[in-house]
Design a protein around this ligand. Structure first.
Ligand code: TXA
Ligand code: MG
Length: 330
């Protein structure tokens, strides 16, 4: 049985009961400033295994660990290099995940056998309070079925996970709508494993140059973040990425034979399907996964997305869209 509870304040007394259930090994969907997370006590291997089952997630894809204080973090990590201290001071709490060398306190079920652990210190007040009340670090991937778009609203998590988790905390739409940025600081220079809500430009202003690997779709090398090798963020509809110049033409052509929607951020185009238009990349990032799910609910067959630049949040969007898309039209 899944219980849904609406929580708009970190002071809500419901959090106490939910936190005590977390400590007992139950599964809880909770809001963060990026996307909703599917959390369990990271120190309880049995509870951690339930996350993989609920999400249908491959066993070799490690989970991030969410903490609410440095006291909670310290036993999980072997050492804090100077760059870690700088980044933590600058970006925590917030949407930057740092990959550290792990200690034995972190069960290998969490990290899928890796010697490292990704640590996230969320800024969302409900997330922080929930972790603090439970008194344990929470292992939490995004709260969606594997391969599906991440969840920026509690109803998305309900759609994917109803009956598979014990609680869903509904705190409304999340802030950034794309997941955290993941930076591996066990290497020098640090490696950007996943572009995300904290932009590369902001990171480099703090640390100097970081390494940005070529997207795994176009290389044969082993992906650094294990999860990045899987099909991802995909609605049921096909997704094509289309250049601004071709968007109207392709939309007009395709909408003759299949139910087509367009997601764009600049131009208004003329065609017979539905158009979702956002006025900035930030807004598009907030709404992208939600819009994918709206399209699925409407039984859309093809979603055309206007290609985005790699500036700022655009890099994270490009990464998600490249993974979701089956075709790129230049
Ligand atoms: O914003 C976020 O990061 C959200 C919220 C809920 O915190 N979480 C999230 O988790 O996006 P998930 O599991 O959906 O994506 C985490 C990614 C996966 O691709 C995983 O393979 C990678 O991080 N990862 C986890 N631990 C890692 C590690 N030790 N080294 C490298 N990559 C790691
Ligand atoms: Mg995910």
């Amino acid at each position: 049985m899944t219980e849904v509870v609406v929580v708009h304040s970190a002071k809500d007394p419901a959090l106490k009961k939910i936190a005590s259930d977390l400590k007992k090994g139950k599964l809880v969907v909770f809001p963060t400033e990026t996307v909703y997370g599917l959390g369990a006590n990271a120190l309880d291997e049995k509870a951690v295994r339930k996350i993989f089952k609920a999400k249908n997630r491959p066993q070799d894809n490690p989970l991030l660990v969410h903490v609410s204080s440095f006291k909670m973090l310290k036993p999980l990590v072997k050492k804090f290099p100077p760059i870690a201290k700088k980044l933590m001071k600058h970006f925590w709490p917030g949407a930057l995940t740092l990959v550290f060398e792990k200690t034995d306190a972190v069960p290998s079920a969490v990290t899928a056998g890796l010697p490292t652990v990704g640590i996230r210190f969320p800024s969302h007040p409900v997330a922080r309070k929930l972790i603090a009340l439970s008194g344990v670090p929470l292992a939490a991937p995004s709260a969606n079925t594997a391969t599906k778009p991440s969840t920026s609203r509690a109803e998305h998590a309900f759609h994917d996970l109803n009956g598979k988790v014990d609680w869903i905390i509904d705190s409304g739409a999340t802030d950034s709508g794309v997941e955290s940025t993941i930076l591996d600081i066990t290497r020098t220079p640090a490696v950007l494993l996943r572009p995300g809500a904290v932009t590369k430009e902001r990171l480099e202003r703090c640390t100097g140059k970081i390494t940005v690997p070529v997207p795994s779709r176009t290389t044969r090398s082993k992906p650094l973040a294990p999860g990045m090798k899987y099909r991802h963020y995909s609605p049921n509809a096909k997704v094509w990425l289309v250049s601004s110049q071709k968007l109207e033409q392709i939309a007009q052509q395709q909408s003759r034979t299949q139910k087509t929607a367009v997601i764009s951020y600049s131009q208004k185009i003329v065609f017979t399907g539905k158009q979702f238009r956002f006025h900035s990349l930030k807004k598009l990032a907030q709404e992208l996964f939600h819009t994918f799910r709206v399209c699925d609910a409407e039984k859309t067959e093809l979603i055309l997305v206007e290609t985005v630049s790699s500036n700022g949040i655009g890099l994270a969007l490009q990464n998600r869209l490249n993974k979701a898309a089956e075709k790129i039209v230049k």
